[in-house]
Ligand binder design. Structure first.
Ligand code: AMP
Length: 465
């Protein structure tokens, strides 16, 4: 009974989480630049990827399951001709139709061709989809992004720009979106600016829009500014990008981008991620100092915070857990047992360094508790005398409805148990989390953040919560 219940939740879930988007406009190497940009943002999604290009007359799309380097090669990039390209990498999926759920979402409609890529989640996806289905729409994917295709195709406005505005005004939640047709590109960010989206210059007179600035660094683009919350940018040949504010900005930037999701070398919401993570570690050391012989990060996510903790506490830093970077998918159902094995495949502690020592192990977050439990066990098996777990974010107690793949809250360990019980479960000698105040102080109080995964404070009420 319970098993079926969970299956239903999985199947009904709208899929479009933890993604990266990129758009390149007015560059003869557009698809190549999109490819390299997606490669640099692979951490935001490893399940599937795709690129649509426009050559002025026609659009070309290639998408498939797998990593960017596996899906594309020189021949495929060569078929993606033209000087406009939009691309996407996607994180995870429920169900096995996942190729259908790869992006860009491409369609032919009365005005011609269009493609969309989306990072985020529409919180009213179900009701919008239900209405569309009642009116006869036929859906091919599980993705909330497909709603927009229908809204645009059915809009009674004449120009694509007006139809996009019309469609976007009917969706709610988190969206950093890129659209292209045969000759134009459009970039839009939701009024809350949940997910990042930055604008840069590339080549002679080309533009690039990407989820993270690490993409700009790889392709030699120059950062101009972030796309503003509620802003629509229109890219047309021979013109400077035109900006329209289509909704009142009410920023609520996802603080989890800083905690875990973004690459440390990216500038997100105007701030360098690595520096903030180090600061979280320093604050954590001030809040929850414990005597120990060394500070060890859970690689890679815990490294900057562990450096900050070590600097602040004066306790030596040691890279005593080695990470195997070549672990991909196991192609086996993600049962609890497989999840345990996956952690062991990925992380290996050095007993020569750890044996007989009191260690502080630092990770950026605890979700289900599987990773921490495995790591504490590994450290004890490697001879650690004491293992103190410190986490550089607060307890994750609520699901995210804005594009981070957190499980249903019943599966979040901190939703169900208090910290001493979790410490006991993960078999640590002590466990402390960074306070929400400490996190906000570390990130700077000058911005408004979405902290819903830590406090359940949903600025846009999800319809299926
Ligand atoms: P868990 O084992 O479920 O407690 O997951 C915790 C680990 O997953 C930590 O090492 C985090 O760095 C990492 N993590 C946190 N959030 C996410 C996410 N949304 N997707 C994938 N991994 C995550």
């Amino acid at each position: 009974m319970e098993k079926n219940h969970f299956k239903e939740i999985e199947v009904n879930r709208e899929i479009n989480e933890e993604c990266a988007v990129v758009g390149v406009f007015n560059n003869s190497d557009a698809s190549k630049l999109a490819y390299f940009s997606l490669f640099s943002m692979q951490h935001r999604g490893q399940e599937a990827c795709g690129i649509s290009s426009s050559d002025g007359n026609r659009m070309h799309t290639i998408k498939d399951r797998g990593l960017v380097t596996g899906v594309f090669d020189d021949n495929k990039i060569a078929t993606l001709c033209g000087d406009i390209a939009i691309g996407h990498t996607r994180y995870s999926t429920a169900g096995d139709d996942s190729i259908l759920d790869a992006q860009p979402v491409y369609a032919r409609y009365d005005l011609g061709e269009m493609a969309i890529v989306h990072n985020g989640n529409f919180t009213n996806a179900k009701s919008v989809r239900d209405k569309l289905i009642k009116k006869g729409a036929i859906f091919q994917t599980h993705m909330d992004t497909e709603n927009l295709i229908h809204l645009i195709a059915k809009s009674d406005k004449d120009a694509l720009l007006d139809r996009i505005i019309d469609g976007v005004q009917k969706v709610e939640g988190a969206y950093s979106l890129l659209f292209s047709n045969e000759s134009q590109m459009f970039a839009i960010r939701d009024p809350h600016g949940f997910r990042p989206l930055s604008l840069g210059r590339v080549g002679e007179d080309g533009y690039i829009v990407a989820s993270e600035t690490c993409a700009f660094d790889l392709v030699g683009a120059k950062f101009i500014r972030d796309v503003r919350p509620g802003e629509l940018l229109i890219f047309e040949k021979g013109k400077a990008p035109k900006s329209m504010q289509i909704a009142e900005p009410t920023p609520n930037h996802c603080i989890f981008e800083y905690v875990y999701f973004s690459r440390p070398d990216s500038t997100v919401f105007g701030k360098n991620v690595y520096s903030l993570r180090k600061e979280m570690g320093r604050t954590l050391a001030k809040e929850s100092y414990v005597e120990a012989d060394m500070v060890i990060p859970v690689p890679d996510g815990g490294v900057p915070a562990a450096l900050g903790y070590a600097e602040e506490s004066g306790i030596p830093f040691n890279m005593a857990i080695v990470r195997n970077h070549y672990v991909g998918r196991t192609f086996i159902e993600p049962t609890q047992e497989i999840r345990d094995l996956k952690v062991k495949m990925k992380l290996s502690p050095m007993s020569e360094v750890i044996s007989g020592k009191r260690v502080i192990i630092i990770d950026d977050s605890i979700v289900r508790g599987t990773t921490s439990r495995q790591i504490v066990r590994m450290l004890k098996e490697a001879g650690a005398k004491e293992v103190h777990m410190r986490v550089s974010s607060p307890q994750i107690t609520h699901s995210c409805y804005y594009g981070v793949d957190t499980p249903e809250k019943e599966k979040l360990i901190a939703h169900n148990y208090d910290t001493p019980t979790i410490a006991n479960y993960i078999e640590a000698d002590s466990l402390e989390y960074l306070s929400l105040d400490g996190l906000l102080n570390s990130c700077g109080r000058d911005l408004n953040y979405c902290t819903s995964c830590f406090d359940g404070n949903y600025v846009v009420e999800p319809e299926n919560s």
